[in-house]
Design a protein around this ligand. Structure first.
Ligand SMILES: Cc1cc2nc3c(=O)[nH]c(=O)nc-3n(C[C@H](O)[C@H](O)[C@H](O)COP(=O)(O)OP(=O)(O)OC[C@H]3O[C@@H](n4cnc5c(N)ncnc54)[C@H](O)[C@@H]3O)c2cc1C
Length: 292
């Protein structure tokens, strides 16, 4: 197996163009497991760990651009205040070792329906920046990035450069059901983001369908129900209906981790809970701002 180790982003794109069959490797926490278990044997590995640009993040026009190679541990410590939903999800990924190596870029590359990075990216309207030497940059909304079970929208000559998202403008939550508290693949997961300036709620479902997905009807319903002007309490009936609509957006399977029925039920519970937490946080934060 050939081992390619570009030192710059341009060289990485050129290497991928020349060898579309070369498998990119960032943290290696998915790739090396699959090689060790002989799931597949790529003709070459394209090691991206020396491409410094992938491990940087910055802010442009008020939006965060986070390199595909920024590991979960750094997302938590460096961006936890600006991306609280993604930071919560990152804290649930694997173990400290996995969080030190594993990246959102790798999560997107693997495109597992259970990837914990995906629901917060969906709820936060993230856009994925991908690039090829031949055609340049493409910006793909997270909702269009996942095209099938463990399949993403990347062309064979493309690499993931970064994801773009706005810093949180309101409370964000991530909730995950597992068979134990750590080192566990999600039975199902749910992310919620309040976008108060747009009077909108974003959602993301994980392990609930062939791909991570948003619950669009639930978003439309609750965005219209919430009392954005006076920030009155969340009506129990509205929270309940929101949970039902999130549940209805799922099309989960029965598998070793849980049944479809259990997943649907758990999603409704997580949706109600995270909405309640987020709305209460929003009310408390705005009440605090008005009092000071
Ligand atoms: C013990 C253990 C526990 C885990 N727990 C969790 C968990 O709780 N939640 C969870 O979501 N995942 C978990 N994982 C899976 C894995 O850690 C994550 O998917 C992680 O985000 C992968 O990131 P990585 O940088 O290591 O990816 P890699 O293994 O390097 O790559 C993963 C995929 O992405 C592709 N890729 C990487 N970088 C790029 C790029 N720049 N452009 C295009 N393609 C690219 C690779 O070719 C490969 O297909 C776990 C894995 C292990 C081994």
């Amino acid at each position: 197996m050939d081992f390619l180790r570009p030192l710059t982003w341009e060289d990485a794109l050129a290497a991928k163009a020349g060898r579309p069959g070369a498998l990119p490797v960032q943290g290696g926490t998915d790739v090396m497991v699959e090689i060790n278990f002989d799931v597949h044997r790529p003709e070459a590995l394209l090691d991206l760990t020396r491409v410094g640009a992938l491990t940087e993040w910055d802010t442009t026009d008020g939006r965060l651009r986070v390199g595909a190679g920024v590991p979960y541990a750094r997302l938590i410590t460096e961006l936890g205040d600006r991306l609280p939903g993604l930071a919560q999800a990152s804290r649930t990924v694997g173990s400290p070792q996995i969080r030190n190596r594993g990246t959102v870029g790798g999560n997107l590359g693997a495109a597992s329906p259970a990837g914990d990075g995906h629901p917060p990216l969906l709820a936060g309207d993230a856009v994925i920046e991908v690039e090829s030497a031949a055609r340049g940059v493409r910006m793909i909304p997270a909702a269009e990035f996942f095209v099938g079970v463990k399949k993403n929208a990347l062309a064979p000559d493309e690499l993931i450069r970064a994801f773009w998202t706005a810093p949180a403008s309101g409370p964000q939550y991530f909730s995950k059901i597992g068979t134990r508290n750590a080192m566990v693949i999600a039975v199902c997961s749910f992310a919620l983001a309040l976008h108060p300036e747009e009077r909108r709620v974003g959602t993301g479902l994980g392990s609930a369908a062939p791909t991570p997905r948003r619950a669009l009807d639930a978003e439309a319903f609750i965005s219209g129900e919430l009392d954005w002007d006076d920030r009155g309490p969340l009506a129990e009936s509205a929270a309940h209906r929101f949970g039902e609509l999130v549940r209805d957006a799922a099309s989960p399977i029965d598998d070793v981790r849980g049944t479809g029925d259990y997943r649907r039920h758990a999603l409704a519970v997580m949706a109600r809970r995270t909405l309640t937490w987020a709305w209460n946080d929003h009310r408390a934060a705005t009440a605090g701002r008005e009092a000071s």
